[in-house]
Design a protein around this ligand. Structure first.
Ligand SMILES: *[C@@H]1O[C@H](CO)[C@@H](O)[C@H](O)[C@H]1NC(C)=O
Ligand SMILES: *[C@@H]1O[C@H](CO)[C@@H](O)[C@H](O)[C@H]1NC(C)=O
Ligand SMILES: *[C@@H]1O[C@H](CO)[C@@H](O)[C@H](O)[C@H]1NC(C)=O
Ligand SMILES: *[C@@H]1O[C@H](CO)[C@@H](O)[C@H](O)[C@H]1NC(C)=O
Ligand SMILES: *[C@@H]1O[C@H](CO)[C@@H](O)[C@H](O)[C@H]1NC(C)=O
Ligand SMILES: *[C@@H]1O[C@H](CO)[C@@H](O)[C@H](O)[C@H]1NC(C)=O
Ligand SMILES: *[C@@H]1O[C@H](CO)[C@@H](O)[C@H](O)[C@H]1NC(C)=O
Ligand SMILES: *[C@@H]1O[C@H](CO)[C@@H](O)[C@H](O)[C@H]1NC(C)=O
Ligand SMILES: *[C@@H]1O[C@H](CO)[C@@H](O)[C@H](O)[C@H]1NC(C)=O
Ligand SMILES: *[C@@H]1O[C@H](CO)[C@@H](O)[C@H](O)[C@H]1NC(C)=O
Ligand SMILES: *[C@@H]1O[C@H](CO)[C@@H](O)[C@H](O)[C@H]1NC(C)=O
Length: 598
């Protein structure tokens, strides 16, 4: 048998010559892995890829021990782990993570012989993401169609004109179903989407030289207003040689250093020489002369609230604009995977990272979402705090979603947001006003349909659901991960955009404000020679909660309901509340001093 295989293989030694038509074999018994009922919302079919087009495929391998990574994540991020107190904040190296996520040797062997069977040379296969994924470069699209029982086409986004190469469905041989978690790009009609910001000019202009907020009327937000509100104003960062705050963006949206300088001149004079470092990942672009509202806001608040902490702006390649004249162009980037691959390869990792990109969870294939989420957990294992916005469409979904399940049922549903729904990241909702801060009515919040409720939030979420009662039964998944985890100010961030002062609203502003407070806490820990906070949630839902201002009023109405209400304790609109930096710092001071691993 083996002999015959070898003979057939050498007959077809020309790379990429498919044998599928010659063989009926275990590879021929295909089972559907994922299929959409209809073309995902806002995408339309454009054309067949030209003959000769190639695609890079990424294959997620199931780990030997599916739970090992999450168990290890709990050990390093739970201050009160019943058995592993001494492991708290002792992060893992790349090699240690590789051991945790390693696939079974049978898995590698099977997948390799499957690829070989289709004539894919081993030289085009490499391991990524600490060995948990394989990358197969330069596969002819026609062969990918055969390999995956797929039908790759170009699709165009009707609003952004992005062009992507995807398939409505794909399959895997039955024998691989237990070994391969997902293949990318296939049915994720990705690109994480930028949250819509709404820059507007308040009755003319923002007064120049204003360093505080506007006379107690809460008409707009500035860095000094936020650092007073969140009690960080006396803190001077000291670990700036080690600590950094990252902002991750896609699709070429860029901040402007000129806008940052002008912003500092207007709103944070101590920081007039502030800057940021740009890191381009996998074909990412940077266009500071065409600044984007969201990126300007994020960089301006990150740089001022944590000044002089270094700020790193990551721009990961999205889709190159489609050029009809370049017939073989097939940009098949997957922004999340590309960025995660880059980050996981860094020996010295950025301790706090925020990103204002998201989408509806239901638009993401389940298997893909699971694997991306577990890669976020890998970053947590390295000591990174990942902070995402909960969305700005209240309970109706991302960017004012339409409350409609996309399973063909036509049912009304509250729509959760991804990556907010991943239990291994920290999600930030929105607030408005002060004394008290109130939950913003646009604040995304709810329950995942993909991820079950993690143990760190089980009592907090149970209390909320008990209070909610049977209202909304069937509209959300009561066993799912609840989000957001925390909140921060949402509206009216004074921002300099392309040389003009504007006010910007946005979930990404809230996420940046929260991430900045965490970055300052990381500075405090690093300056005491302690490891950073890493994955935050077990701490936030435990000791850390005393350092959060509970938000107890406001709601996120949508889908013809009054939405979830903010109540005492955790709720699905403002989470556990907004940060009190000084108190959080005190909680860390009073906690056990933790020595970094050598
Ligand atoms: C897969 O999608 C194609 C359209 O791209 C369709 O013709 C085919 O019926 C689908 N197959 C399954 C199993 O859904
Ligand atoms: C603040 O509000 C008060 C009362 O509404 C108003 O009289 C005052 O002009 C406002 N101040 C500014 C700077 O808008
Ligand atoms: C600006 O710097 C001065 C001198 O270092 C300091 O006293 C002051 O508190 C700083 N202001 C702010 C808003 O950080
Ligand atoms: C920015 O200015 C401060 C003093 O205002 C100085 O200590 C610091 O070195 C300057 N940083 C850069 C990058 O020039
Ligand atoms: C930025 O401002 C310049 C003029 O200062 C203008 O030419 C350009 O179109 C503006 N860009 C955007 C994106 O608004
Ligand atoms: C990485 O961190 C180590 C230990 O803190 C340090 O010695 C080294 O200089 C850092 N390397 C870079 C490139 O920052
Ligand atoms: C949501 O809050 C904003 C800001 O307070 C307000 O302008 C808007 O009318 C509110 N929308 C709803 C539907 O309550
Ligand atoms: C509800 O969430 C669980 C995971 O918590 C999942 O297994 C189940 O399929 C979800 N139900 C629906 C209807 O989405
Ligand atoms: C900065 O941190 C060092 C230890 O790394 C400490 O000796 C020093 O006192 C700190 N400075 C301030 C102003 O906190
Ligand atoms: C809300 O109610 C209106 C009027 O009854 C209806 O037209 C609309 O479809 C409903 N929307 C949702 C999301 O249920
Ligand atoms: C702010 O933080 C300090 C500790 O730095 C704390 O003593 C104080 O109570 C906090 N202020 C408020 C209003 O919570």
């Amino acid at each position: 048998m083996r002999y015959i295989w070898l003979v057939l293989f050498s007959l077809a030694a020309t790379p990429f010559t498919s044998l599928a038509t010659l063989l009926t074999s275990r590879w021929g018994d295909m089972q559907s892995k994922h299929a959409w009922e209809s073309i995902p919302e806002n995408w339309e079919i454009l054309s067949q890829p030209p003959a000769g087009s190639t695609i890079d495929l990424r294959i997620a391998l199931k780990p030997l021990n599916e739970n090992a990574l999450v168990e290890a994540l709990y050990k390093v991020s739970s201050p009160n782990h019943p058995k592993h107190v001494s492991l708290y904040r002792s992060y893992l190296s790349q090699d240690q993570i590789a051991e945790l996520v390693t696939p079974h040797s049978d898995t590698l062997e099977l997948v390799t012989s499957w690829l070989k069977h289709y004539g894919i040379p081993t030289s085009s296969v490499s391991m990524t993401h600490s060995g948990s994924w394989l990358k197969v470069t330069g596969v002819p699209v026609s062969l990918a169609n055969e390999l995956l029982g797929a039908s790759y086409q170009f699709y165009r986004h009707v609003e952004t004109n992005d062009i992507i190469l995807r398939t409505m469905n794909y399959s895997l041989p039955e024998v691989l179903q237990d070994h391969v978690a997902t293949v990318v790009p296939t049915t994720y009609f990705g690109l994480p989407r930028k949250l819509r910001e709404t820059p507007h000019i308040p009755g003319g202009v923002v007064p120049r030289g204003m360093t505080g907020r506007d006379n107690g009327n809460n008409s707009y937000i500035t860095p000094s207003y936020l650092s007073t509100l969140y009690n960080s104003s006396g803190y001077v960062p000291n670990a700036t040689a080690k600590n950094a705050l990252g902002i991750s963006a896609y699709d070429g949206y860029s901040p402007s250093p000129t806008d940052l300088r002008m912003f500092m001149g207007e709103f944070f004079r101590n920081g007039t020489n502030a800057s940021y470092t740009v890191v381009l990942v996998n074909g990412g672009t940077y266009n500071p002369s065409q600044p984007s509202d969201q990126e300007d806001l994020n960089v301006q608040y990150a740089a001022s609230l944590t000044y002089p902490t270094p700020v790193i702006f990551y721009s990961t390649g999205g889709q190159a604009p489609f050029k009809s004249d370049s017939s073989t162009q097939t940009n098949t980037n997957d922004p999340y995977l590309d960025w995660l691959e880059y980050m996981l390869d860094q020996p010295n990792i950025t301790q706090t990272v925020t990103s204002g990109y998201a989408g509806d969870e239901q638009a993401v294939p389940f298997d893909y979402a699971k694997r991306v989420c577990i890669l976020f957990a890998q970053l947590g294992m390295r000591g990174v705090s990942l902070i995402f916005p909960s969305g700005n469409g209240a309970i109706g979904g991302f960017n004012n979603g339409n409350c409609m399940a996309n399973d063909g049922s036509g049912k009304v549903r509250f729509l959760p947001t991804f990556p907010a729904s991943c239990p291994w990241v920290t999600t930030v909702g929105g607030t408005i006003g002060e004394s008290p801060e109130v939950a913003a009515n646009v604040s995304g919040g709810g329950f995942s349909d993909f991820f079950e409720r993690p143990s760190y939030q089980s009592s907090a979420v149970s209390a909320f659901l008990k209070n909610l009662g049977e209202q909304y039964n069937g509209l959300y998944n009561a066993t799912g991960r609840g989000f957001p985890d925390v909140a921060a100010q949402y509206y009216n961030y004074a921002t300099i955009l392309n040389g003009t002062a504007v006010l910007s609203d946005g979930a990404s502003g809230a996420a940046t404000s929260f991430a900045s407070m965490i970055s300052l806490l990381n500075d405090f820990l690093l300056s005491r020679n302690e490891p950073p906070l890493g994955f935050l949630n077990p701490w936030l839902y435990g000791h850390g909660q005393a350092g959060l201002n509970d938000i107890t009023s406001g709601s996120n109405p949508g889908c013809n309901t009054s939405g979830f209400s903010a109540i005492v304790g955790w709720d699905a609109v403002s989470g556990l509340g907004t940060p009190n930096f000084g108190t959080l710092q005190q909680i860390l001071t009073n906690g056990p001093k933790i020595k970094p691993a050598e």
